[in-house]
Write a protein that binds this ligand. Structure first.
Ligand code: URA
Length: 229
């Protein structure tokens, strides 16, 4: 069997993390290869307008994966997902529940910033969603949490009404997935704060219940999902 060199991933505070297990190192290497494809992608017009593609980031062996909508201005500049105000709000709510950004993986439905942060177009989602499915195949998380309506609609493969469906559990290829409001919904409307916090609390409760369960999940190869807005 081919030996895999221990890999290191930087923690969110920039310090060196401990060496990864062999399984995590394999996932890190597969994600790195996928990231190179994303960074070279010109499958839609967003590829020529971006500063940087934002493939995703975090723990390659995460049990919990978050899926947002699309990079914003800060993410586009730095190539890192959820580092602006929505990301800070998400991080704060995770930490309030004892979950560190270093233990999760986070990515978006589309990997390049739409101009002026407009909604992603169905064709852009269709061009990009194969990358997301591949990320999930590699990471094989125990729980997925979608943030906002675009990510939920892609995993549901159907249009959804986020204010009606957030806070509920579903399945994506036999992996439980939770639909949460997007943290930006709180930034735009403070009245959504309690709803978002309740979503994060419900998610964290299920995540804590996973502790002690070390079995791995298996995702079948991708089939494309229909993008919805
Ligand atoms: N909003 C998103 O959906 N994704 C990001 O990466 C940042 C903000």
């Amino acid at each position: 069997m081919k030996m895999v060199q221990p890999a290191f991933i930087p923690t969110s505070d920039g310090t060196a993390a401990p060496p990864l297990s062999e399984r995590a190192a394999r996932k890190a290497s597969a994600l790195k290869e996928l990231n190179r494809t994303v960074e070279a992608c010109r499958n839609c017009a967003l590829g020529s307008g971006r500063t940087q593609a934002v493939p995703g980031g975090g723990n390659p062996d995460a049990r919990l994966v978050f899926i947002g909508e699309a990079p914003g201005a800060n993410e586009d500049k730095q190539g890192i997902p959820f580092i602006g105000s929505a990301g800070k709000l998400l991080t704060k709510n995770l930490e309030r529940n004892g979950i560190s950004r270093d233990e999760i993986y986070i990515c978006n439905i589309i990997k390049c910033r739409p101009p002026s942060n407009r909604d992603p177009l169905p064709a852009e989602i269709a061009a990009c969603e194969g990358f997301l499915h591949r990320q999930l195949e590699i990471i094989q998380p125990k729980i997925i949490c979608t943030l906002g309506r675009f990510a939920a609609a892609v995993l549901m493969n159907a249009p959804i009404k986020i204010m009606q469906i957030h806070g509920t559990w579903h399945e994506y290829r036999q992996i439980p997935f939770f639909i949460s409001l997007h943290p930006s919904a709180v930034i735009y409307q403070q009245k959504n704060r309690a709803l978002f916090e309740a979503d994060m609390d419900a998610l964290a409760q299920r995540y804590r219940e996973l502790e002690g369960d070390n079995s791995t999940s298996t995702i079948e190869p991708s089939t494309s999902a229909t993008p919805t807005t």
